[in-house]
Design a protein around this ligand. Structure first.
Ligand code: SF4
Length: 536
C-alpha cells in the first residue's frame, strides 16, 4: 500500500519562531512525532512518504504515487487538515484521519470528507484500521472506547521519513498522561490521569536511532508532564546520562513538567546531569484564587517564584505559560503576570487567553452554564491571538486589552534584554559539563556555518542597528563576567528577541481586529458573566 502521510500547516503562533528559524535557515521548530509514530505502527511492508506541510507542499508526483492518504493534526491545524482532505478526495484517494483533533471532535465538519476516522491512541486503533483496509473496506470509525495502551510496546518512530535538515529540534516521547486535574487541560481527557511511560531501553534506542541518522542538535521530550511518573523518570535519567557521556553529550534536552519539580532535588540534579537544559512550566498565573478556580492546586502549595529560582539554580532554564481570563479574575491580572515574570526573569513567557477545549472539565462546566460561544469555539482553533471562546466573568475587552498590554510590555526589546540579563545572573552552572569527556564527542557537534552567520546577524541588528545597542553590549559584558558557563545560551536567548519583535505586532493587530467586531459590553461585574455576548 503506497501511503502518503500529510501533516497539516500550523498558523503563526508564539512557538512558531519564524524569524529565528529564518536566521538559522530551518523551516520548523519541531517534527510531527505523532506521524512518524503512526508510520512505525503501520505495516512496514507498506511504502510510505511523509510531507510536513510546514516544510513544503505536497507535489503532484506524490499525489499521483499515493494509494492511501493519512492525515493527523491538532485543533490549531484543522483548517489545513480540511484542505488536504479535500485535495485527496478530488484525486479519488481514500483518506484516514487521526490525532488529537479528530479524537476530541470526530464529527467536526472539517473531517466530513474523510473515509476512515482512526481515533484515540494509535497503538489500539491502528491495528483495527489495518484489518479493515486488508478486508477491503471503504470506510470506518475506530475508537479505543476509553482504553489506554501500554506504551512499552510502541515501536521506534520512523524518524527516517523526516527531512531532518528542516527542523530546529527533534522530538521524542517518554510518557503520556498526567496525574493532575487542571480544569482546562485536554491532556488528561486524551491520555488519562495515570501516566504511562516507555522503558529506559526504549527511549535510549530512540535516541540512538536519531544519533545514527546523524542528528546532533536539541531534543524536545514532548511529554506533557515529564515527572508525572517520578519513579520511572528517575529510572530513565541515569540511562540517558550514561548514553550521553559515552557519546560526548551530543543532545541537549527540553521538556515540560509540573511546578512540583522544584521540590524534588534529586530529580533536578538527575535532569541537569543528563543535560536537560530547559523546562516548560505551566505556571498559568500568580493569582492563587485563579489557580484554585482552575483546579491547579499543585501551583498553590509553595511559592512560585522560589520554585522558578530553585529549578534555575540547577542550570535548567525555565520557560513558562501564563493564562488570563479565569472566572472571578480581578482587574490587573495582566499586570500581575508582567510583574511576576519581571521578578523571576523568565525569558520565554508564553501568554494566552483562556480557551475551553472540547470535552475538558472547563468545556462541560461552561456548556452547562450556557457560557460557551459556539461560533468562537468552532472557529480557527486555539492560539495566542484568539479571544476567549466563552463568556467570561469580566468584560472581554478588559481581558483582551490587559493581555495585549502585558504581552507588549514583556517583549519590549529593551525590557526583554534587561529581563534575560537578570535571569542569567541566576542560572546555575551546567552540571553535565562535569561528566563531559571531550574525547567522546565528534566533530559534527561543532557549530555549523549557518549558526555563525545567524549570530553575526543578531549582533549586527541588536548591537549596532537598533536602539538596543547600549543594553546589548552592556548585558553581554555583564553575563560574560558573571556567568561565563552560560554565556553561549545567553546569546541564543537574546536572539529570540528577533521573533518577539514581530510577534508583538501580530498579537496587537489580530486582537484589535477581533475586538472591533464585538458588540458593546456592560462594565465589569466581577462575580457575574458578561451577558452581552450571546451564548449557544
Ligand atoms: S499539570 Fe499540565 S498536563 Fe497536568 S493536568 Fe495540569 S495542565 Fe494538564
Amino acid at each position: 500500500m503506497r501511503t502518503l502521510l500529510i501533516y497539516p500547516e500550523f498558523p503563526k503562533t508564539f512557538w512558531s519562531y519564524e524569524k529565528i528559524l529564518e536566521l538559522v535557515n530551518r523551516k520548523v521548530l519541531l517534527p510531527p512525532l505523532g506521524m512518524v509514530t503512526v508510520a512505525a505502527l503501520l505495516p512496514q511492508h507498506w511504502e510510505m512518504k511523509l510531507v510536513d506541510r510546514n516544510v513544503r507542499e505536497v507535489t503532484e508526483a506524490e499525489w499521483a504515487w499515493a494509494e492511501l492518504v493519512v492525515i493527523s493534526g491538532m485543533i490549531v491545524q484543522k483548517a489545513d487538515m480540511a484542505v488536504q482532505i479535500a485535495r485527496a478526495k478530488q484525486r479519488g484517494l481514500p483518506v484516514a484521519v487521526g490525532g488529537p483533533f479528530a479524537s476530541s471532535t470526530p464529527d467536526a465538519p472539517e473531517l466530513d470528507l474523510a473515509d476512515f476516522k482512526v481515533l484515540d491512541e494509535g497503538e489500539i486503533t491502528l491495528p483495527l484500521f489495518i484489518e479493515a483496509i486488508e478486508r477491503g473496506e471503504q470506510g470506518g470509525r475506530f475508537s479505543a472506547n476509553g482504553d489506554k495502551p501500554d506504551v512499552t510496546g510502541t515501536p521506534i518512530p520512523r524518524f527516517d521519513l523526516l527531512e531532518l535538515d528542516a527542523y530546529d529540534s527533534m522530538s521524542v516521547q517518554f510518557s503520556r498522561g498526567c496525574p493532575f486535574q487542571c480544569e482546562f487541560c485536554d491532556i488528561i481527557v486524551l491520555y488519562g490521569r495515570k501516566p504511562r511511560t516507555k522503558t529506559p531501553e526504549q527511549l535510549v534506542a530512540e535516541l540512538q536511532r536519531l544519533y545514527d541518522l546523524g542528528w546532533r542538535r536539541a531534543i524536545f521530550l514532548v511529554d506533557d508532564n515529564f515527572i508525572g511518573n517520578k519513579r520511572n523518570a528517575k529510572l530513565l535519567l541515569p540511562a540517558i546520562k550514561e548514553w550521553q557521556i559515552e557519546r560526548g553529550y551530543p543532545f541537549s534536552f527540553t521538556t515540560e513538567a509540573s511546578v512540583d519539580l522544584a521540590s524534588d532535588e534529586e530529580m533536578m540534579r538527575m535532569m541537569a546531569e543528563a543535560r536537560f537544559e530547559a523546562v516548560f512550566l505551566g505556571i498559568e498565573t500568580p493569582d492563587e484564587a485563579s489557580l484554585s478556580v482552575a483546579g491547579k492546586h499543585q501551583n498553590t502549595r509553595s511559592s512560585l517564584e522560589e520554585s522558578v529560582d530553585r529549578i534555575t539554580s540547577y542550570g535548567i532554564r525555565v520557560m513558562a505559560g501564563f493564562i488570563i481570563g479565569f472566572d472571578g479574575e480581578q482587574t490587573g491580572a495582566g499586570d500581575r503576570i508582567v510583574r511576576f515574570v519581571s521578578r523571576t526573569g523568565i525569558p520565554a513567557a508564553m501568554m494566552g487567553m483562556l480557551q475551553a477545549l472540547p470535552n475538558t472539565g472547563l468545556w462541560h462546566r461552561l456548556e452547562k452554564e450556557g457560557r460557551l460561544i459556539q461560533e468562537k469555539a468552532d472557529a480557527k482553533g486555539v492560539n495566542q491571538t484568539n479571544l476567549l471562546n466563552f463568556i467570561p466573568t469580566r468584560p472581554i475587552r478588559d481581558i483582551a486589552n490587559e493581555y495585549v498590554d502585558a504581552f507588549c510590555r514583556l517583549y519590549e526589546p529593551n525590557a526583554y534584554i534587561d529581563r534575560v540579563t537578570h535571569y542569567y545572573g541566576k542560572v546555575g552552572v551546567p552540571r553535565w559539563k562535569a561528566f563531559f569527556k571531550p574525547e567522546n564527542s565528534d566533530k559534527s557537534a561543532l557549530p555549523e556555518a549557518r549558526d555563525i552567520k545567524a549570530l553575526a546577524t543578531v549582533i549586527w541588528r541588536q548591537g549596532f542597528k537598533r536602539n538596543t545597542r547600549f543594553r546589548f553590549w552592556r548585558s553581554l559584558a555583564r553575563v560574560a563576567r558573571r556567568n561565563p558557563a552560560n554565556f553561549e545560551q545567553f546569546v541564543v536567548t537574546l536572539a529570540h528577541n528577533e521573533h518577539f519583535q514581530e510577534y508583538r505586532a501580530v498579537v496587537t493587530r489580530e486582537i484589535e481586529e477581533q475586538l472591533a467586531c464585538l458588540p458593546p459590553e456592560p462594565p465589569s461585574t466581577p462575580a457575574e458573566p458578561s451577558r452581552e455576548l450571546q451564548p449557544v
